[in-house]
Design a protein around this ligand. Structure first.
Ligand SMILES: Cc1cc2nc3c(=O)[nH]c(=O)nc-3n(C[C@H](O)[C@H](O)[C@H](O)COP(=O)(O)O)c2cc1C
Length: 202
């Protein structure tokens, strides 16, 4: 798949087929692609925790559900105020994942040592590599972070050391829906050339 097509169509795929398994080989392949990303001083701090065990996935799903509940109330309130920050389609989709995180055939947690505010810069580029590699293999992913509200429970379940942060919880599986182009602002609306006041050349 062309890399530009992969970038254009990699978006939050929250409805995943619980009955179509993902191979360990493909999971290792997308993690390997993630390891090719840059990191500060080439320190390569990210450790990838791939959860395949059904009982552990279920427990992660339960933790995710508990974390999503208050966040969804916040989003629902924002939607009522119609401030444009969230729409009904996204909320429905996020609600679905709120109930089904544990059904994903695999859940990947990118982890690292290092303080929030600094360490992430060496993590999320790698996460995007993982997303693009998954897209190329037809696998859906979504970046989620709400589990951090109960990160202690996640770390206890997966025996993650105290000084390691679990940055995200990423469900991986074959999408139930279709791949569509991600809706993003036009490039000219978000780009300046040489100064904050100048648009890019035409
Ligand atoms: C930092 C970050 C945190 C996110 N956390 C969550 C989350 O906890 N749950 C969720 O369902 N989606 C989460 N998302 C996914 C976003 O809602 C999604 O990327 C955005 O709505 C664009 O969706 P699209 O790619 O389908 O267009 C997160 C995305 C980012 C970048």
């Amino acid at each position: 798949m062309d890399v530009f097509e992969a970038m254009a169509t990699t978006r939050a795929m929250r409805r995943l087929d619980p009955d179509r398994d993902v191979s360990d080989a493909d999971l290792l392949k997308v993690v390997e692609a993630a390891t090719k990303a840059p990191s500060g001083g080439n320190s390569q701090p990210v450790r990838w925790l791939v959860v395949r065990d059904a009982a552990k996935r279920k427990q992660l799903g339960d933790i995710y559900r508990a974390c999503w509940a208050p966040v969804r109330e916040m989003y629902a309130a924002a939607m009522k105020e119609d401030d444009g920050s969230v729409n009904a389609r996204v909320l429905r989709s996020a609600d679905y994942l709120g109930d089904h995180m544990g059904d994903a055939p695999a859940i990947v947690l990118p982890c690292s040592k290092g303080a929030p505010g600094q360490a992430e810069s060496s993590v999320f580029g790698a996460v995007q590599n993982l997303f693009l590699a998954a897209r190329a293999l037809g696998l859906g992913t979504t970046l989620t972070t709400v589990h951090r509200m109960r990160e202690g429970e996640v770390k206890a379940l997966l025996e993650v050391p105290d000084d390691v942060t679990t940055w995200a919880m990423i469900p991986v599986g074959y999408p139930l829906g279709r791949w569509g182009e991600a809706q993003r602002r036009p490039v000219r609306e978000v780009t300046y050339w040489d100064s904050w006041r100048s648009p890019p050349p035409t």
